[in-house]
Design a protein around this ligand. Sequence first.
Ligand SMILES: Cc1cc2nc3c(=O)[nH]c(=O)nc-3n(C[C@H](O)[C@H](O)[C@H](O)COP(=O)(O)O)c2cc1C
Length: 269
Amino acid sequence: MSFKAHTESGEESVPPDGRVSTPVHSTRGTDSLKNDKGLSQGRGHTMLTVREAIRERRAVRKFKPDPVPDEYILEMLEAARLAPSGHNRQPWRFLVVTDPEEKRFIEDSCRHQHFIGEAPVVFVCAADLSAFSKLSERLRYEEFIEYGVFDTFSGDLTDHAYWEKGFLSGPEPDPRAFAGAALANTYIAIEHLVLTATALGLGTCWVQARPATEALQKRFGWPEHIMCAAVIPCGYPAFLPSPRPRLALEELLLRPLPMVASHPTILYS
Ligand SMILES: Cc1cc2nc3c(=O)[nH]c(=O)nc-3n(C[C@H](O)[C@H](O)[C@H](O)COP(=O)(O)O)c2cc1C
């Protein structure tokens, strides 16, 4: 069986193992871009599948000094850009930092975690609370209609009055009320970015001992409605930790699932 994947050049066949050769180009030699699995990360590199990336991602806290190719940075940002969000509000914003002095500032404000400054690139990931403004809601609502999505809704969401009363009219709410929702959506985009980094042979580490939003607003001239969500240092791993333990599937289930016993899927013992 073969699957189809969309690339810049149109549809191409994907082998059953799911490895997709993307049209990402690197200016560096492919030999220096081999990841720990020996997969080539250069021109037309082979990316890990989603399953492989999920299983192989680690919190990486030691980086090689080799720069991350621009194409990879763009591919990671593109993966974040395509994340889903409530009402398609897309509140995520990114500051891409490679300047040593700026990285030091971020490192210092992340409780002096030194590996942040050692990473060739640092993504400061933020949430834009203005994505929840009445104007923004109106644009998204019109977009749902324009793209025919409204016709696929069900229940209360099919009622225009529900949208009008709930989101579109009335006084402008305090944007801070949406901090939780904005962060939840932004975390999804960040994990897209993180898994794409893994698939490209890069290492990342979520950092939530993050700089105070006020400090970032001051340093980088951010407006008040931009709040920091997480910091993601990124680079080629100099040390890949072994898998950290995870809870057993049974411990996550709020009700036993008979199929678990007959289909064991234990990843980490
Ligand atoms: C939301 C979040 C915040 C984190 N913050 C930090 C941090 O500030 N510093 C750090 O060294 N690791 C941080 N981590 C990494 C975790 O310690 C790590 O993901 C966890 O121990 C599991 O290990 P693994 O990612 O290698 O599977 C964070 C992870 C997440 C998801």
